[in-house]
Design a protein around this ligand. Structure first.
Ligand SMILES: [Fe+2]
Length: 142
């Protein structure tokens, strides 16, 4: 993940182990219609596994790019489970609005970008998301 950015939120089946290789940041987890976020701070060596169908989103707050590996049982070639075949047939980056499981930036809970900006401020990192969000307006609400 480039400096000052974060991934779109998404959800999928359980069993993906996310391992931080380099950098630092945090991930948020929540279920649909419940924006009581669970947060995991990560750096090299931290591993976590998003639960079944729980939305999750990864945020880079480092002054350098962050890298992670997402390791799971099954692959696009050998999905092993029908549910994984369905996910990969549709693509993991298909929007919720199109029947997929990715939450577009414009549809994410508003608090998410505020949390991100606060974390970047703590680390003195500039956001690179200003082309997507009206950050002056968001900061005015913080
Ligand atoms: Fe994921």
């Amino acid at each position: 993940m480039p400096v000052g950015t974060y991934k779109k939120g998404h959800r999928h089946t359980a069993g993906t182990n996310v391992f931080c290789v380099s950098g630092q940041g945090y991930s948020l987890f929540w279920y649909e219609d419940d924006e009581d976020f669970t947060r995991v701070d990560w750096h090299h060596g931290v591993m976590y596994t998003p639960p079944e169908n729980m939305f999750h989103q990864h945020f880079n707050t480092a002054t350098q790019p962050s890298r992670y590996l997402a390791v799971q049982f099954g692959s696009t070639r050998y999905p092993l489970f029908e549910v994984k075949r369905q996910i990969w047939d549709k693509g993991v980056d298909t929007s919720l609005k199109d029947g997929g499981n990715q939450l577009e930036y414009e549809d994410q809970p508003p608090e998410i970008h505020k949390i991100f900006l606060r974390e970047l401020d703590k680390n003195q990192v500039e956001s690179e998301m200003g082309d997507i969000f009206d950050e002056d307006a968001i900061r005015a609400e913080m």
